[in-house]
Design a protein around this ligand. Structure first.
Ligand code: SAM
Length: 416
């Protein structure tokens, strides 16, 4: 195989830029790994949905399930006759048609990158050691955090401190207990920590910070905002929608509650890039564009697309299927940023839509964006970043939500 510079770059940085289109392919595992020194994410655990029927409610991709001779033959459902689209659906369809050429061109350039296609199956399997992801043993932080016991729950944080003068490289473990819910917990700059809670272990990246609370307490983030605000704000809200599977995965919030998120107070007065994940529902899009973004002071919005592919490079579904598009949209815009100001060598304003492609992990888990967006983030480098409604932590990030430790469970990691 002829290994291109782009493939080397994917292996080193987690990003493969597809020069012939405004698109890039990401490996979230490599990107997330940058937050760890002693641990690494296990690819087969991150990409577990790619290996047959999932216990996480995901779809099997890549590997076909073996047909069981005992399985009853399901009656094929009769397809309902296609009905006429209503006025709102027609607007959504027009929006899709507008995005379609960009999405097709991105996917075409992925299919032309032969070295990348050949690499994908290896990328999702990692070194071949398959780690079992037993999600049934996980702690349910949403439930625990809403119980009357929540203020009483404590976690024990274990930090490895280098020994003073004696044996070189040896470490002593320091332990400290702290309330787990409704309290900002920070990990120091130099090494990751391990958090013990209810007989499970959580890997906490170096220089990460989290607050596990319900929406009611989201303003507690502001008193902790002592460094004058964040330069990258990523928000992936639990939008209300009719999808039953999503309801099982996590609780949703009425959309209008988001008007009360203290986004402006969290943004750096010198400028912040805001990224908002949205669904493909037209009604939601209208609320976001007409009310939500203006109320947060977000201007100059651009749309990006996350196109989801399988490990053989094909799309996870038909591009034109109305209710199940194989892509999600993210709106990006600026708060407190001055378009008239001269762009510096390390910052430029976003211009035009782009497509990000990756093999999806667990249900609703989004790819990490900081690196691919780095040149568009105003303010100091490295930027201060915050994720609202987070389910994982990262170095240099503050993560807030009712389950930010969800993907920090040690079953997703191995020791280096
Ligand atoms: N971006 C995340 C990822 O990549 O894994 C997914 C976020 S998911 C769309 C929305 C999150 O919001 C879920 O973790 C859900 O539990 C959380 N959530 C729902 N209701 C909440 C509430 N009232 N307060 C805080 N978080 C809430």
């Amino acid at each position: 195989m002829n290994v291109s510079d782009e493939l080397r770059s994917l292996e080193a940085t987690g990003i493969y830029r597809l020069a012939s289109s405004r698109a890039a392919f990401l490996d979230p595992v490599r990107l997330l790994d940058e937050s760890y020194r002693r641990f690494r994410l296990v690819p087969s655990a991150y990409y577990s949905r790619s290996f047959g029927p999932s216990n996480q409610g995901g779809d099997a991709q890549g590997v076909q399930p073996v047909p069981s001779p005992y399985r009853k033959k399901r009656k094929r459902k009769r397809q309902p006759k296609p009905r006429e689209l209503n006025a709102v659906e027609r607007i959504a369809e027009a929006r899709h048609q507008e995005a379609r050429p960009l999405l097709i061109s991105a996917h075409k350039s992925l299919l032309e990158a032969k070295d990348l296609l050949e690499f994908l199956p290896r990328m999702i399997k990692g070194d071949g050691c398959m780690q079992d992801v037993q999600t049934s043993y996980e702690n349910n932080f949403v439930e625990l955090g809403s119980s009357w016991r929540a203020p009483l729950y404590e976690t024990t944080l274990c930090f490895q401190k280098p020994h003073g003068q004696d044996e070189e490289g040896s470490c002593r473990v320091q332990r400290r207990s702290t309330p787990l819910f409704n309290k900002v917990i920070s990990v120091e700059e130099n090494d990751e920590a391990e958090g013990e809670f209810q007989s499970r272990l959580y890997i906490l990246p170096k220089a990460s910070c989290f607050l596990m609370t319900d929406f009611k307490h989201v303003r507690d983030l502001i008193s902790d905002n002592f460094n004058n605000g964040y330069n990258l704000i990523v928000i992936d809200p639990p939008w209300e929608n009719g999808c039953v599977r999503q309801k099982e995965a996590y609780p949703t919030l009425p959309n209008r509650y988001l008007l009360y998120l203290p986004v402006q107070e969290l943004a750096d007065p010198a400028g912040a890039l805001l990224v908002l994940w949205i669904t493909n529902r037209e009604k939601l899009r209208r609320f976001v564009e007409d009310e939500l973004l203006p109320s947060w002071g977000v201007k100059d919005t651009t749309e990006f697309y996350w196109l989801k592919v399988k490990s053989d490079g094909s799309l996870i579904g038909d591009l034109d299927l109305f209710h199940h598009r194989p892509y999600e949209c993210l709106l990006l815009g600026y708060i407190n940023a001055n378009r008239e100001a001269e762009p510096g060598p390390e910052f430029k304003f976003l211009q035009g839509s782009q497509v990000i492609m990756s093999v999806p992990g667990a249900h609703s888990r989004k790819p990490p964006l900081q690196k691919i967006l780095s040149e568009f983030i105003p303010g100091p480098k490295p930027p201060r970043c915050i994720e609202l409604f987070a389910r994982e932590l990262g170095s240099g990030w503050t993560s807030w939500g009712n389950e930010p430790l969800h993907f920090q469970d040690s079953m997703y990691f191995s020791e280096k």
